[in-house]
Design a binder for this molecule. Structure first.
Ligand code: UD1
Length: 361
């Protein structure tokens, strides 16, 4: 019997860990699972609703750390996670993605001699100004098993001196969840469009990266650009709490339809109906690639280059002024068939469980 603690903390973790837990739960005689929520995200719309929709079990432990500076948040997760490990003494700690909860939990586990598996390892933007890039590099350096979503991840890790024997290319767990729930999500669109007061054709926008929203000048330029886009078609803009508190009241045009953060199923429904998605998110670049929906990424780099070379994503970099023009042109790139990327097939988590089973035998 292998005892595993899974750690989640922030919104993008939930859809990555749900399929992994489901895959292990197929083998209850081999795996005992414990779910720890750090509480990095705590609003119902950033956390609870995802547990319900994704079928994640209620966390066994909630560390309730909440918001704080990077140092405060990371330190509080570490302080509160250490006794959890000491109590349960797991064989493995699983951490997904690149948020502060990821590095904090990985660091605690490894220092207590507990093995760490990193789900979604090897992604690199090569931009050390991004907090997530630091979290990725450090987590990968201390992990004992590194599950990569695409082959570029394997190469990045090998270049950083990580032994090939620790690197397992299993595919994209976020796409596992998308494959499973897309039919359910699509069914929600008629009700959702009524509730939100939006009709196709429309653009969908999200914004939350510190580099875009923390500086009033950058945010102001993005608001102007979204206003210009909304002159072509309305823009649906579910707004992250970080961004909401920074947007100047009344600065957005009436054709930008603001709403609270959407649930997973609602957001997937909106992505698949949108003409083009405009975003600075990581996961959205992958989901739009799978869906064949054009994505304009409001960043100068991406840790997910496969979404550009084989998908529908384009980086806008500092050409924010040309957003409206780019959005108009991107409409023609919409694909009717989902992209076929290697191992973005709904079975990545099953491959992860198989790797862990092979360690048991
Ligand atoms: C975090 C991740 C980011 C991820 C994003 C997804 C890090 C460094 N960043 O960014 O990689 O893409 O989550 O959303 O881990 N807040 C609330 N309610 C919540 C959570 C946050 O109101 O439930 C507000 C607080 O004012 C908080 C701010 O949002 O200070 C930022 O939250 P934080 O967890 O620090 O980072 P995110 O910007 O959400």
């Amino acid at each position: 019997m292998m005892k595993i603690i899974h750690c989640v903390g922030a919104r993008p973790n939930f859809m990555k860990m749900a399929p992994v837990m489901a895959a292990f739960s197929q083998h209850p005689d081999q795996f005992q699972q414990i779910l720890v929520h750090t509480g990095q995200h705590y609003d119902a719309k950033m956390s609870d609703v995802f547990f319900d929709e994704l079928g994640l079990p209620k966390p066994d432990v909630n560390l309730e750390v909440g918001s704080g500076t990077h140092a405060v948040q990371t330190a509080q997760i570490m302080t509160r996670f250490e006794p959890v490990i000491e109590t349960h003494m797991p064989d493995w700690v699983f951490v997904p993605g690149d948020v502060n909860s990821t590095i904090a939990c990985a660091l605690v586990a490894t220092k207590l001699g507990v093995k760490v598996a990193h789900v979604e390892a090897g992604l690199r933007s090569r931009d050390r100004g991004m907090p997530e890039e630091i979290n990725r590099i450090l987590t990968d350096q201390i992990a004992d098993l590194l599950f990569t979503p695409s082959r570029d991840g394997d190469e990045n890790l090998a270049q950083e001196g990580i032994s090939r024997s620790k690197i397992k290319f299993v595919g994209n767990v976020m796409i596992d969840t998308l494959v499973r729930l897309l039919p359910q999500a699509t069914e929600r669109w008629p009700g959702l469009q009524q509730r939100l007061g939006i009709r196709a054709p429309f653009f969908l926008a999200t914004l939350h990266r510190p580099a875009n929203v923390d500086n009033p000048e950058s945010l102001g330029k993005l608001v102007d650009a979204l206003n210009q886009v909304s002159a072509i078609h309305p823009v649906l803009f579910p707004i992250h709490p970080r961004t909401r508190i920074r947007i100047v009241n009344g600065s957005l045009s009436g054709k930008v339809v603001l709403c609270d953060p959407l649930s997973y199923l609602d957001f997937v429904a909106a992505q698949s109906e949108a003409l083009v998605v405009i975003s600075d998110s990581g996961g959205v670049q992958e989901e739009t690639t799978y869906l064949g929906v054009p994505c304009l990424t409001l960043r100068s780099n991406t840790e997910r280059p496969i979404t550009i070379s084989e998908g529908t994503n384009r980086l806008l970099g500092d050409r924010v002024d040309s957003l409206a023009e780019e959005a108009g042109a991107a409409v023609a790139r919409r694909r009717s068939e989902p992209s076929q990327l290697e191992y973005w097939d709904g079975k990545a988590a099953i491959r992860i469980a198989a790797v862990m089973q092979s360690l048991l035998s």
